[in-house]
Design a protein around this ligand. Structure first.
Ligand SMILES: [Zn+2]
Length: 516
């Protein structure tokens, strides 16, 4: 008895020592592959420079999906494009905005997404501002003057210098004065818009119906040279965005009666109703093929830049992680899936569709790891309200090198995210899904949805750091002898409403977008 116990005990110890050693070796190999054989730069260049922005419904989005599948197949990973709906198909062409009067200057700007095309010659017209009115009748009386004109529909910013620049150089008094002036300008703009009887959104149709030749907007992102670039809301006339410097130039000329004349050439093509996809890649599990670890990042972007940090970087982290896992850990215990979601930007549509369409996967997910807020190294990780996330995430994180984890602040159990990125689609379905949240790197003001979200902003050392983190978390989650708990914590009182927070509800994706 004693003997056989001893043999059993030493055999068990041997097994655990062996698997412990194997675990350490695998992790070491993952780190080495990520550091010494990184494919990130070449993948980033192909995706961001070669394919470009990935607006839902554009041929570039489809090209990106096909490119991802092709790469996965070249690494021996099964991958496919899974159709989840349709969208208004559209392709951006040339944008060219030139001031012709009172002097010639080419202006920095671009058409908004889904902008109706001009003719090849473009439109040439005088630019005017919206009138200052005290009631809807006055606005109605002014409206005929919109006919044939290009209209400036955004407020004029008093300064193109970001706050941090003022803080560094201005006297305290002049900084305060600027902020007060800016606040009162914003307030006056709001009141005037209200006086027209419309909102900044509803006035667009009114101007178009009144015969405006085109609209110019400018949505400053609060950094030097940065504008947010979203969609056009006009049906037949162009809507272009001008960068703050040029928008305010034209605005001042128009407001001072100097009659600026612009040519706007904004070419684009309507492509009808086209399919939308998620790219799904998969490394089959060897012991528990029907349990899953999911790597998640939306693949689509807005198209003012090339979607480098939103969400080129998250997409690249997941691709590179899959490549490394296939090479170092080709027979995972659980199946590892990567989801490159479509149409996140219009409401998490790709991931919500995946959750709806794959109940068998959703019921058996060990963990989801999502990344979607830029190029920075991961600094925050929340348990998303799962009561025992601390236990398993904690164990997995322990195996990640300290050079990576030392930057990460964890919050357990945390509160469940209701939106903002694709992990929320899974959290709503009760799946342990976690967001690998990045260091800022001026994301909000400089790259997020802006004209400046481009390759040159990438910080490859930080992206590599995130690959190491994601690959080891995926490996540990896959190997874990235990199934991760989905038990939800009792949620705290909401700071906003004072009532107890509720677990976010699963929401229906938009599977037929942009076609009205
Ligand atoms: Zn994003």
């Amino acid at each position: 008895m004693k003997n056989s116990y001893r043999i059993l005990a030493s055999a068990l110890m041997l097994v655990s020592t062996l698997s412990f050693a194997q675990e350490a070796t695998t992790i070491e190999k993952i780190v080495k592959e990520a550091q010494e054989n990184s494919q990130l730069e070449s993948l980033a260049q192909e995706l961001l420079d070669g394919i470009g922005p990935r607006l839902v419904g554009t041929p570039q989005m489809k090209n990106a999906h096909d490119w991802a599948v092709k790469n996965y197949k070249s690494w021996g990973i099964d991958a496919r494009n899974e159709r989840f709906g349709t969208w208004r198909g559209w392709e951006r062409g040339i944008s060219h905005i030139d001031m012709l009067e009172p002097r010639v200057q080419s202006l920095r700007g671009t058409q908004l997404a889904w902008c109706p095309s001009t003719s090849k010659e473009g439109i040439t017209a005088e630019v005017i501002t919206l009138p200052v009115v005290s009631n809807p009748e006055e606005f109605k009386a002014w409206l005929p003057q919109a006919k044939g004109k290009i209209i400036l529909i955004s407020r004029k910013e008093p300064t193109g210098r970001p706050n941090y620049n003022w803080e560094e150089f201005a006297t305290e008094a002049s900084f305060e004065k600027m902020k007060t002036e800016r606040d009162s300008l914003y307030e006056a703009w709001k009141i005037n818009m209200k006086n027209t009887g419309y909102t900044s959104r509803s006035i667009i149709k009114v101007l178009e119906d009144a015969g405006a030749a085109g609209l110019i907007s400018s949505n400053w992102s609060k950094g030097f040279g940065t504008n947010k670039i979203f969609s056009a809301r006009t049906k037949n006339i162009p809507t272009v965005s001008l960068e703050l410097e040029d928008y305010t130039l034209v605005y001042r000329l128009a407001a001072r009666g100097q009659k600026p004349v612009l040519n706007i050439t904004a070419l684009s093509q309507e492509l009808g109703e086209v399919p939308t996809f998620n790219t799904i890649g998969e490394i089959k599990g060897s012991e528990k093929p029907n349990e899953y670890v999911v790597l998640s990042a939306h693949f689509d972007s807005w198209d003012g830049g090339t979607g480098a940090t939103d969400n080129g970087t998250g997409s690249l982290v997941m691709m590179e992680t899959m490549r490394i896992l296939k090479k170092i850990y080709p027979n995972p215990k659980r199946t590892i899936i990567v989801g490159h979601w479509g149409s996140e930007e219009q409401g998490l549509n790709g991931s919500r569709s995946f959750v709806e369409d794959h109940p068998e996967v959703i019921a058996n997910i060990q963990a989801v790891f999502n990344q979607d807020n830029g190029t920075g190294r991961v600094v925050n990780l929340s348990g998303q309200g799962f009561l025992h996330a601390y236990e398993y995430l904690g164990r997995w994180l322990e195996k990640v090198p300290n050079s990576v984890t030392k930057h990460i602040e964890t919050e357990f159990p945390g509160t469940p995210g209701g939106g903002g990125s694709d992990y929320a689609s899974f959290v709503a379905a009760g799946v342990p899904a976690f967001n690998l949240s990045s260091l800022d790197w001026s994301y909000r003001d400089y790259t997020w949805h802006t004209n400046r979200d481009t390759y040159d902003k990438l910080i490859f050392d930080d992206i590599k750091n995130n690959v190491v983190l994601t690959a080891i978390l995926a490996y540990m989650a896959s190997e874990d002898p235990k199934t991760s708990s989905r038990e939800k914590s009792v949620l705290p009182l909401s700071k906003r409403t004072g009532k107890q927070m509720k677990w976010p509800k699963q929401r229906t994706p938009n599977r037929k977008g942009g076609m009205n």
